[in-house]
Every structure is written in structure tokens, then in C-alpha cells.
Ligand binder design. Structure first.
Ligand code: HMG
Ligand code: MG
Length: 284
């Protein structure tokens, strides 16, 4: 039987957070409801951040209230601080994520804190998640390159990933936020990170701006990484990372994984339908 590789769908969050048009809650709900039938175990659908920073995610509580939750699917949300965590719990998110950066410039631009300050802010969120038994995921942004600080040292990524792992994150998602990573830089980064966090606790979150995301996924597979974040229809980017145009498209990742002999457990027809919806949302 083919070995399983999981795709964590992040389009409704990482994709839609970057759209210029104000997308109505009903459209987001329709996309998520479609994705819920594709076979994902985890879908990131919401972000409890300041609406002044990311207005696109302001309707997150309504989105979580409006979707039809499919059995076996965990609906996830970003929670940068305690306020976000409490809002996510009130909206009954199944899992939450804290998101840090391996570069100071991006940390400041994205969450208005130094790396150290951000880790201190995440600690009570991690504690609260543990208390209520909610799975906590950790992101590290700018794992190879930063739009403000340039190339990022692999040791820095390893340090932040290790700190988030020690805080109780069940998985660390490694973000090539601006999609400038190459198999060479991803290789050096993974070798360093795997000194602090085992491969089976890592996920690759590769934006496709430079067109190398699929190559970076193949390289990561060689290191034993078996979870990849992707956004249906290649939606997205990050509002605080200029140039971070698209997340790697879920359907492309699926097709590459299948071609390599892995199983994703996803229904390709549903993915195509969701990708079509995502493209229509983007076109407005
Ligand atoms: P701040 O300005 O330092 O925080 O922002 P603050 O505590 O001074 O609060 C400022 C205002 O925000 C206050 O409102 C707070 O109440 C409010 P005011 O008094 O001015 O009316 N506020 C909140 N409102 C709603 N929900 C909250 C919340 N917290 C404070 N949780 C803060 C700090 C972290 C809040 C801000 O910088 C922020 O929201 N940043 C989010 C940026 C973001 O969402 N970026 C995109 C996601 S990360 C990403 O895409 C990368 C990733 O995909 C991986 C990769 O690709 O690398 C994950
Ligand atoms: Mg991202």
C-alpha cells in the first residue's frame, strides 16, 4: 500500500487573508464546506488576529459558526495571543496555532514583536491550550529568506522551531513565507531543524512565488517530512511579506505526491471543484 503523506489545507486562512476584495462570509463558508468533502483531516479556516492588521480575517467567528463540520475534520485557527485564543475557543475551533518567525524583521512587521517577545506572548497561549486539551501547532516564518532581513541562518530556524516544540506544539510548520527557498537552502535548513525537532513532527509550508515549492516538497520528503501545507487553487500569500504571492496549490501537491507513489487520501474531483471556487473568489 502506498505510504500516506498528508496535505494540510490552509487556503481559507493563508489564501484568503491576502485577497484585496472583501470576501463575504458566505463565500468562505461555501469554499470550506466544499473542502470538507475532499478528505482532509485538518483545514485552517480562521485567524483571530487584530482586524486592523488583517481585515480579511475579521469574520472568523462567523465563518466557524457558519460551516458544516464534517466528522473527522479538525478546523484550525491562528491565535497570536490570549485574546485570539479566547476568541478561537468561543468559536469552537478544534485546534489553534501560534506563529513566530526566524527573522527579526518579519517578526516585527507581522506581529509587532521581537522574536523573544513573541515567544513570551505565546507561552500563556500554549499553557491555556494544554489546560483545555486543544492541539497547538507552531509556525516558523521566513525559514530560508526574509523580505526585510535577507537570507536566514538555518541555526536561527532550528532555535525558534525548538522553542515552539518545547512549548508543547505537536507539529512545527516551516514557512517559506516569500517562496524564495530552493532545494539547497531548504536542505540546509531541515538538517539544522532536525537537530531540535524530529522529522515526523515537522510540516513544510512552502509558498510558490519562485516556482520551487514542489521541488522543495520532494527534497523534504527525502528528509522524512510527511505533512505539507497547501492552498487550493494556489490562493494566497501573507499581507506582511511583500511578494509572497501564492501558497503552493493543493491540487498540484496532490498530483506530484501521487506521481511519486504516495497516497494523500484526497478526492481529486472535489479538489478541482474547490480550486475552481477559489479562482472565482480571487477574480471577484
Ligand atoms: P499590537 O498592535 O502590537 O497589539 O498587535 P496590541 O495588543 O497593542 O493591540 C492592538 C489592537 O488590536 C487593540 O485594539 C487590540 O484590542 C487588538 P484597539 O485597542 O487599538 O482597538 N487586538 C486584537 N483584536 C482581535 N483579535 C486579537 C487581538 N489582539 C489584539 N487576537 C497583534 C499585535 C499580534 C495583535 C497584531 O500584530 C496582529 O494581529 N498581527 C497578525 C498578523 C497576521 O495575521 N499575519 C498573517 C498571518 S502569519 C502568516 O501568514 C505566515 C504563515 O502563513 C506561515 C508562513 O507562510 O510563513 C503562518
Ligand atoms: Mg503562509
Amino acid at each position: 500500500m502506498a505510504e500516506r503523506v498528508e496535505i494540510f489545507e490552509v487556503g481559507p486562512r493563508d489564501g484568503l487573508q491576502n485577497e484585496k476584495r472583501e470576501i463575504p462570509v458566505a463565500e468562505k463558508v461555501a469554499l470550506i464546506d466544499c473542502l470538507s468533502g475532499a478528505g482532509f483531516s485538518r483545514i485552517e479556516v480562521a485567524s483571530f488576529v487584530s482586524p486592523k492588521w488583517v481585515p480579511q480575517m475579521a469574520g472568523s467567528a462567523e465563518v466557524l459558526a457558519g460551516i458544516t463540520r464534517a466528522p473527522g475534520v479538525r478546523y484550525a485557527a491562528l491565535t497570536p495571543n490570549m485574546r485570539g485564543f479566547q476568541d478561537a475557543m468561543a468559536a469552537a475551533a478544534h485546534e489553534v496555532a501560534i506563529f513566530g518567525s526566524a527573522s527579526e524583521g518579519f517578526s516585527k512587521a507581522n506581529i509587532n514583536a521581537s522574536i523573544e517577545e513573541s515567544l513570551q506572548r505565546f507561552a500563556p497561549v500554549a499553557e491555556a491550550a494544554r489546560e483545555v486539551g486543544v492541539p497547538l501547532r507552531g509556525y516558523v516564518s521566513c525559514v530560508t529568506d526574509c523580505p526585510y532581513d535577507g537570507p536566514v541562518a538555518p541555526e536561527r530556524v532550528a532555535e525558534v522551531a525548538g522553542r515552539l516544540y518545547d512549548m508543547g506544539c505537536y507539529e512545527i510548520s516551516l514557512g517559506d513565507t516569500v517562496g524564495q527557498g530552493t532545494p539547497e537552502t531548504i536542505d540546509a535548513m531541515l538538517k539544522a531543524v532536525m537537530q531540535s525537532v524530529p522529522a515526523e513532527k515537522l510540516a513544510g509550508h512552502y509558498h510558490d512565488t519562485g516556482g520551487r515549492a514542489l521541488d522543495n516538497i520532494e527534497l523534504s520528503l527525502q528528509h522524512g517530512v510527511r505533512v505539507f501545507d497547501a492552498a487550493v487553487g494556489g490562493l494566497g500569500g501573507c499581507p506582511y511579506a511583500p511578494g509572497a504571492k501564492g501558497n503552493v496549490a493543493t491540487e498540484k501537491v496532490h498530483d506530484r505526491l501521487v506521481a511519486l507513489g504516495y497516497a494523500t487520501g484526497l478526492d481529486r474531483e472535489v479538489l478541482s471543484r474547490a480550486a475552481e471556487m477559489a479562482r472565482a473568489m480571487r477574480a471577484g
